[in-house]
Design a protein around this ligand. Structure first.
Ligand code: AMP
Ligand code: GLY
Length: 428
């Protein structure tokens, strides 16, 4: 069976690695720049920007691809799934109209409201920045300011955190319109990802990502510095009731897309804020999270290829998806200065990384040496019976990298987890 993986980041290296466990799969890759980890697993690599829909479709047809797994959101928005499926190549990744759940934050909120889906924060959608500024002036409290379209996870600014009221208006003006303003949610974030076949949804273990650049959750937002999951596949600050509510919200979103006439097939990613009143939807993504993909795919113990076949057939069931009962910790190595002024082209030395799994991201290999680029470099995942054990493995590996890079040592530690638990207790 020939499977094409689209994308060249850490998430796609994790996808490729999980698929490569099946010896009957021949892997093909489309990526903008050579990811050395993916290149080592692929039979053929087509170097092209992931949004070059026509060229990628031609490559897939010429290569005789059976299935395509689309990693990032940009090709979904560009209609890659629509194009490949029009040529009978089944895709894991929704068609453009269904991917709007991620690519159009206004659509997402309107859809949630129309179908009465729980967990929708109070919000307003604006086309003119002047109206948004008036709203900010009149609003009593803090707001989250979100550009409508894709921003690579870096477009959201929060009043009271990144901006004051004047700064908020200035930011809205700089966006020039098309903005969603919503109530600032207070709580603890968690990620629930699921496989979806158009009507059935099978959840994956809960994960918590860390967006802030520096230890102690300070500094600018990044694509995500690392993430962890627990051996029981839940998080200690998410109650059974919170979990059930989050899962219901995800299932309702899938049902609503079906009724809208855009059945959703692919990975559905729910980013939730667990608030005093229960989980609220920060956003949906139409793909795996990065880094969250590295947690769940490192734990996946059933055959990913079979899951894909079932998603395409519409016969997905919980019994076909299993994960190891282990904790996982993922730590990203990033260039010094990331995200604002990353030092690229810096050589890396990698010492003994022990039992950690290694996923390459934005890194180049030249003459056997690795060099940083401008985005996240590579990630290590530790697995263990306890979070402590998983953290130790990931941390030892991350600490074994030498060069102009850094990572967050606090991700997955008992201290940080306790802070989350205490925060949630305080709120309730
Ligand atoms: P997003 O790009 O939607 O993932 O948002 C980036 C980050 O902004 C999230 O991880 C949250 O930390 C934060 N955020 C987004 N929306 C809200 C909100 N309504 N209230 C508080 N924080 C938010
Ligand atoms: N980890 C957040 C994202 O992938 O959007």
């Amino acid at each position: 069976m020939k499977i094409l993986v689209v994308g060249g980041g850490g998430r796609e290296h994790a996808i490729t690695t999980a698929l490569s466990r099946n010896p009957d799969v021949h892997l093909y890759s489309v990526m903008a720049k050579t990811n050395p980890g993916i290149a080592a697993l692929a039979r053929e690599v087509f170097l092209a920007k992931e949004t070059r829909v026509k060229e990628i479709t031609d490559f897939a047809i010429t290569s005789g691809i059976d299935y395509a797994v689309i990693g990032p959101e940009a090709p979904l928005e560009a209609g890659l799934t629509d194009s490949l499926e029009s040529r009978d190549i089944a895709c894991i990744g929704p068609v453009r109209a269904a991917a709007r759940l991620e690519t159009d934050k206004g659509f997402c909120r309107t859809m949630m409201e129309k179908h009465g889906i729980a967990g929708c924060p109070r919000h307003r959608i604006f086309a003119a920045w002047e109206d948004a500024c008036d709203f900010i002036d009149a609003y009593d409290g803090d707001l989250a300011i979100k550009p409508i379209g894709l921003t690579g996870g870096k477009g959201v600014r929060i009043m009271g955190e990144h901006l004051d009221r004047d700064g908020a208006k200035e930011y809205v003006r700089s966006l020039g319109g098309d903005v969603v303003l919503e109530e600032r949610l207070i709580g603890e974030e968690f990620t629930l990802q699921a496989f979806v076949d158009g009507s059935h949804l099978v959840p994956m273990p809960l994960v918590q990502d860390h967006k802030r650049a520096f230890e102690g959750d300070v500094g600018p937002n990044t694509g995500g510095m690392g993430s962890y999951s627990m051996a029981d596949h839940r998080l200690p600050f998410v109650s059974a009731r919170d979990y059930d509510q989050a899962l219901t919200i995800m299932k309702d979103a899938v049902t609503s897309m079906y009724h809208e006439g855009f059945p959703y097939r692919g990975i559905l990613y729910g980013q939730f804020m667990n608030t005093a009143e229960g989980p609220k939807v920060i956003e949906f993504n139409a793909r795996f999270g990065d880094p969250e993909a590295m947690n769940v795919l490192s734990l996946l113990s059933s055959d990913f290829t079979e899951i894909i076949c079932r998603m395409v057939e519409g016969s997905l069931s919980a019994s076909s998806v299993t994960f190891e009962q282990k904790a996982s910790v993922c730590k990203y190595i990033v260039p010094e200065g990331y995200p604002e002024a990353p030092r690229s082209g810096e050589p890396l030395g990698i010492g003994d990384t022990g039992a950690a799994l290694r996923y390459y991201a934005n890194v180049v290999e030249q003459d056997g040496r690795l060099y940083t680029q401008t985005s996240r470099t590579l990630a290590f995942v530790g697995l263990g019976d306890t979070l402590e054990e998983a953290e130790r493995v990931a941390e030892a590996a991350a600490a074994a990298v030498r060069g102009a890079v850094r990572h967050r040592r606090d991700i997955g530690t008992a201290d940080l987890l306790q802070q989350r638990i205490d925060h949630m207790r305080e709120l309730r």
